[in-house]
Structures are given as structure tokens and as C-alpha cells.
Design a protein around this ligand. Structure first.
Ligand SMILES: Nc1ncnc2c1ncn2[C@@H]1O[C@H](COP(=O)(O)OP(=O)(O)O)[C@@H](O)[C@H]1O
Ligand code: SF4
Ligand SMILES: [Mg+2]
Length: 329
């Protein structure tokens, strides 16, 4: 377990969306702590609240659709949720940066990669033109785009998808953030590129001693890259542990079933488990456990009372009334 102070602490964060008078409960009270030098994986099915978590930290939730109902997000002890838009902007990029699933959407098509990096470092780091040029070359070298200098003067559309993601990473780390959020950065890439980007992020984390939130719907990708993992289901963190421990012993039925459903050499020949039923609709606001309608262990108590996130040994937490029984699934 990590004994130092976290860089970012999220407590009881509840976020709701209102669309055509319908309410969607995107985050139903989540708690997570992120540490320096640690890659924290956040895994969950589509619609479970991963991107909303990332956007909440960045202060980029769409307004007025999204409302933060309660909670706290602290960066080195400072409450981010009460900062003005101007104050938040100074955090974004220089302290906390983000890499998105589709870099093409976030790279500016009208400027070359070099220009986009130069602008970032001139704005946030106060570098002059010459220093910014040097920095852009150095960063592109770092992400593996430095060899022929072509990326520096290239417009985003002139780059392949793997190169675009590298360029996006170069921009994200250009101001030496303490914390990097990577939201499904490899999902749209083929397997070879995916592995290259994971390797690059791991190297950068080590070199820069950043904390990192790595988001994926794929547990096997999380296993590849993360030190710690939190499992999110229908806007709730249901389990969190070090990667080694979580793959060794699951204490929430959802995690257990998720793990049994990924192909693994050790389970070859065994029938893969599938999770029956549908993910809880975000407009539903059940009194009890969000996983109850799909849970093979659900009992009357589960429909009546929402389980709290309980700490077990070695920093392992889970939110299940019958955590010990999950293992027998
Ligand atoms: N722009 C939006 N408008 C309305 N509802 C939204 C919006 N973005 C997210 N949501 C709601 O928040 C939930 C979580 O979304 P998201 O965090 O994007 O999921 P994911 O885990 O796939 O990243 C969705 O199921 C949806 O109900
Ligand atoms: S609290 Fe009950 S319904 Fe929820 S995961 Fe645990 S056993 Fe299943
Ligand atoms: Mg998402």
C-alpha cells in the first residue's frame, strides 16, 4: 500500500446529467486516491462513468448538461471544484493533462504538431520562440517521433493514427504535468500500436515520475500497464486493489465475472463466463446495490441496502455485502 500523500483525492463524487428532463446518474458517489509514480487503472464497461470521472478532474464536464451534486476533488490538498474557470485553466495542461481516445478530435487541424507544442510551452512555461522550438524537438524525440523531424512540421491529418496518438502524448506532457489522464488511448489502435503506446506511457511515467489515471474497458490492457486498479460499475467504484492482488483474489462478484470472461491461458479449455443481463440504466436510481439485478449472489439485503466500499487487507477495497463469497463464483 502507498503510504505517501495522494496527488489527487476524489471523495463521494456524484455527477448527474439532465437531458430532455431525464436524469442520468453518471457517478453515484465515487472515492479514489491517485499517487505520484503510480499508474492507476480505471476499468469498466461502456457507460459506467470512466470519462465522466476524467472530465470531472479536468473541470471539463459539459455545461449545463452535467451537474456535480456532491463531493470533492483535491489536488495536493487544494479543492478543485471551488476554483474559478481561470484558476482551473492554469492547472489544466501544466499540472494535470489528458490524452484522449480519439486524438484527431483534439489536435487542431489548422496547426502543425510543432506549432501546437510551441504554443503550449510558450503559454504555460513562458519559453521564448527558440526555446519552444528546442522543447518541441525534444518532446517529439521522447515520444518516438523525432527521427526524421517530419512530425514537427506535419499537420495532424498527415500523421498515421499511432503517430497522432504519440503527438497528442507529446502535447500532453509538454508542460511536465504531475498527473496524466489517458482515456482509452489505445482503444482505436491495432494490437501492435497498442503495445507500443502502453510501453511509451510506462517509460514516460518512470522518467517524469508522474501519477497517471489510465482508463480502459479492457482488463487485460489494465493488467499490462497499471500498478493499481479500480473497477467501476454503473457510476460506483465496486473494487480497488493493486493489480497483482486483484488478479490473485477478487472480492466483488462483478470483478470476478469480468475476469472470468477474459481469455487467459490458465483458463484455456474452461467455459468462459458471461455476465447475464444488462448494465443498469443510468436513469435508474436503486436503493440497493447497483449490481444486484445481474448478480448471482444477490440476496434480499442487496436490494435494500447499498453496500459501502470497505477496506480489507493490503489496500484492497470492495463494495459488496458478501465480498468473501465472490471468490466461489
Ligand atoms: N453528454 C452527456 N449527456 C448525457 N448523459 C451523459 C453524457 N455523457 C455521459 N453521460 C451519462 O453518463 C454515463 C457515463 O458516461 P461515460 O463516463 O462517458 O462512460 P464511459 O465509462 O463509457 O466513459 C453514461 O451512461 C450517460 O448516462
Ligand atoms: S452486494 Fe449483493 S448484489 Fe451487490 S455485488 Fe454483493 S452480493 Fe451482489
Ligand atoms: Mg469513455
Amino acid at each position: 500500500m502507498n503510504t505517501t500523500e495522494p496527488i489527487i483525492t476524489i471523495e463521494n463524487l456524484r455527477v448527474e446529467f439532465t437531458q430532455e428532463r431525464q436524469k442520468a446518474f453518471a457517478l453515484r458517489g465515487i472515492d479514489i486516491a491517485f499517487y505520484k509514480d503510480e499508474i492507476h487503472g480505471l476499468v469498466g464497461e461502456s457507460g459506467s462513468g470512466k470519462t465522466v470521472t476524467a472530465m470531472s478532474i479536468m473541470g471539463l464536464l459539459p455545461k449545463p448538461a452535467a451537474t456535480i451534486l456532491s463531493g470533492s476533488i483535491r489536488y495536493e490538498g487544494k479543492e478543485l471544484l471551488s476554483l474559478s474557470e481561470d484558476a482551473l485553466r492554469t492547472y489544466r495542461g501544466s499540472k494535470i493533462a489528458m490524452v484522449f481516445q480519439e486524438p484527431a478530435k483534439y489536435l487542431n487541424p489548422a496547426f502543425t504538431v510543432g506549432e501546437q507544442i510551441r504554443e503550449m510551452v510558450m503559454l504555460h512555461k513562458g519559453l521564448n520562440k527558440h526555446q519552444a522550438e528546442m522543447r518541441a524537438r525534444e518532446l517529439l524525440g521522447l515520444v518516438g517521433l523525432g527521427k526524421d523531424g517530419r512530425a514537427l512540421g506535419a499537420y495532424p491529418h498527415e500523421l498515421s493514427s499511432g503517430m497522432k496518438q504519440r503527438a497528442m502524448i507529446a502535447i500532453a506532457i509538454s508542460c511536465d504535468p504531475d498527473f496524466l489522464i489517458a482515456d482509452e488511448p489505445t482503444t482505436s489502435l491495432d494490437v501492435t500500436l497498442q503495445l507500443q503506446i502502453l510501453k511509451l506511457l510506462k517509460i514516460l511515467k518512470k522518467m517524469k515520475r508522474m501519477g497517471m489515471l489510465f482508463i480502459s474497458h479492457d482488463l487485460s490492457v489494465i493488467r499490462e500497464i497499471a500498478d493499481r486498479v479500480s473497477v467501476i460499475y454503473a457510476g460506483k467504484i465496486v473494487e480497488s486493489a493493486s493489480v497483482a492482488r486483484l488478479f490473485e483474489h477478487q472480492m466483488h462478484p462483478y470483478t470476478r465475472l469480468l475476469l472470468l470472461s477474459i481469455p487467459d491461458a490458465r483458463h484455456r479449455g474452461k467455459k468462459l463466463a458471461t455476465i447475464a443481463g444488462q448494465v443498469l440504466d443510468a436513469t435508474n436510481d436503486p436503493q440497493g446495490c447497483v449490481f444486484a439485478p445481474r448478480c448471482p449472489l444477490a440476496k434480499e439485503l442487496c436490494y435494500r441496502e447499498s453496500p459501502k466500499l470497505i477496506a480489507h487487507e493490503q489496500g484492497h477495497t470492495s463494495a459488496c455485502h458478501f465480498a468473501e463469497e465472490a471468490w466461489d463464483l
